[in-house]
Design a protein. Structure first.
Length: 251
């Protein structure tokens, strides 16, 4: 690590990654936003899924002020964040064959819906199987992953494939294998992961694109307002009533 404080260097690394995805993934971001807008306009529903820390970026676009009210979290018990004890169980569950199919069978997902699957490595059984099974149902799949893992690691799914191989659109987060941006001679392991920063930004860029695309078509995007501003609750009540059959986090 060269000149600058660790904080400065982390910000530099994160900003550099954000600049890369802004430039290199612009076409994919536009396509993903358009897919979400198409789904909303056609009466479909929106879902987001992520396991472990990848779930943070999925949760960031669900029931969010300034976000689409129709984005629902597809939750898999035991793998949403680090709320399971021991936390290592969540990692183990990501490798269980059949779990994704069982979750989809009991979920409201149906043909014509869109599902965003977030998985940094894209190598575990859960995200790969989820993408495969969702597309079999007629669901359009957007994958948010680091494509580098597909060339530098081996798949843990029986097919030998990665999440990126089973998506309609892939957003590459550009995160290096290992997800740590900094090194110091005095510290034996790399540190300071940036995947959450970059992946959350990718998700918000896609949602922003979807909202603007709907507006361009003369459709009011079903956005939520903050409940902490005057009139926010009344606004949200109207949106949630209008789209009640496509919002599942209220039931």
């Amino acid at each position: 690590m060269s000149d600058g404080t660790p904080a400065d260097l982390f910000f530099d690394a994160a900003i550099g990654l954000l600049q890369r995805v802004r430039e290199e993934e612009a076409e994919a971001i536009a396509a993903a936003g358009t897919l979400l807008a198409d789904t909303v306009a056609a009466g479909g529903r929106l879902f987001a899924f992520g396991a472990g820390h990848s779930s943070l970026a999925a949760q960031d676009v669900v029931y969010r002020a300034g976000g689409l009210a129709l984005m629902n979290l597809l939750a898999v018990p035991g793998v949403v964040g680090v709320d399971v004890t021991p936390a290592t169980l969540g990692s183990a569950l990501e490798r269980v064959d059949g779990l994704a199919s069982a979750v989809l069978d009991s979920s409201p997902l149906r043909a014509g819906d869109a599902l965003v699957i977030i998985s940094l490595s894209g190598r575990n059984a859960l995200p790969v199987e989820m993408a495969l099974s969702a597309r079999t149902l007629g669901v359009r799949v957007i994958g948010v992953t680091s494509v580098a893992y597909a060339t530098q690691t081996e798949s843990r799914h029986s097919s030998g494939t990665f999440l990126k191989d089973h998506c309609d659109i892939v957003l590459d987060s550009k995160i290096a294998v290992g997800d740590a941006e900094l090194t110091l001679d005095t510290i034996p392991a790399p540190f300071a992961p940036a995947s959450t920063v970059v992946t959350a930004a990718l998700m918000q860029a896609v949602v922003a694109t979807a909202a603007a695309t709907l507006a361009d078509r003369g459709i009011e995007p079903p956005l939520l307002r903050s409940g902490n501003v005057d009139g926010g609750h009344d606004w949200n009540a109207r949106v949630m009533t209008e789209y009640a059959d496509r919002i599942f986090y209220r039931h």
